[in-house]
Design a protein around this ligand. Structure first.
Ligand code: GTP
Ligand code: MG
Length: 273
């Protein structure tokens, strides 16, 4: 007999961020939302391996190619019959596994020549209740800095004739259900200020090194303009990399009562599709 076949998932998203941010909890929730069958939770402990899951976008979430989909739009019925699928790669956030897994996935996925499997966006998840701790802030900002610097180099290396497609970044400001959580605006400011500090100390290190050897160092500075204080706006203006900071919660009342804790992240995903 004839069975309706959903379109194959073709859009990939990469989930990065420090350990304990909630990446696996988010992945598990997306899987649970995508199927009627109960999903077993993967998030009992720190991840050591990347996993790839296929999930669906809720039909009411608009997509970039179908921006004006509304509740009484006939395309909504179509979206419910044939939901849009996308893939999420969850990576371990532990410091020792970042280069071998998170950053290495970023390299592989962003180099995919196949338009069908190309990387559509990076979700960088942070625990907004943990950022008041100086060491956690420094660690989180360092990881984000390295991710953004990779994307900046990638954007520059793309030849002008065959421009590389942009990979936008969502900073998912998770755990907004906790009363100690910093609001998204404060998360943005803290990350920008800390990345600025990292940038400054890198520039200083480079100057010292080049004074020693007398050689010009090719290493570039995130956001290019070292005179300006770093901000995500500067990065967008100078390099064309768009970073959005959006609050949400995978767990807690926000999620359980309204089911809306991750809605705005799904909307960001939708706009990338
Ligand atoms: P690694 O695998 O080590 O990189 O960590 P991870 O980012 O995958 O973190 P994980 O999903 O394992 O979550 C860490 C802890 O945070 C778990 O105990 C989750 O239940 C908890 N958690 C995740 N999201 C939220 C949230 O929105 N609110 C609260 N209160 N807790 C959360
Ligand atoms: Mg995990």
């Amino acid at each position: 007999f004839f069975q309706a076949v959903a379109s194959p998932p073709s859009s990939n998203f990469l989930l990065l961020g420090p350990s304990g941010a909630g990446k696996t909890a988010f992945t598990t929730l997306l899987e649970a939302k995508s199927s009627l069958a109960p999903t077993k939770s993967h998030s009992t402990h720190t991840s050591q391996q990347s996993t790839l899951v296929t999930v669906t976008l809720p039909p009411t979430v608009p997509t970039g190619s179908n921006r004006y989909r509304s509740d009484n739009d006939p395309s909504l019925t179509e979206a419910m019959r044939n939901p849009i699928k996308y893939r999420v790669r969850d990576t371990p956030g532990h410091g020792k596994l970042r280069v071998s897994q998170g950053i290495s996935e970023l390299q592989t996925m962003s180099q995919s020549k196949d338009i069908k499997t190309r990387l559509r966006g990076v979700v960088f998840m942070v625990d907004t209740a943990a950022l008041v701790d100086e060491a956690t802030l420094r660690d989180t900002a360092t990881y984000l800095h390295d991710v953004l610097l990779f994307l900046q180099k990638r954007a520059k290396n793309g030849s002008s004739s065959k421009r590389t497609t942009d990979i936008p970044v969502l900073v998912a400001a998770n755990k907004q259900d906790l009363f100690t959580a910093l609001p998204p605006g404060a998360v943005r400011e803290k990350l920008e200020a800390e990345i600025d500090r990292i940038r400054k100390s890198k520039t200083k290190g480079l100057l010292d090194a080049s004074a020693d050897t007398g050689l010009e160092d090719e290493e570039e500075i995130l956001g290019n303009d070292e005179q300006e204080t770093f901000s995500f706006k500067l990065l967008e203006h100078e390099v064309g990399i768009k970073v959005d900071v959006v609050g949400g919660a995978v767990k807690g009342d926000l999620q359980e009562e309204f089911g809306s804790g991750v809605r705005r992240w799904e909307e960001w995903v939708g706009m990338c599709l």
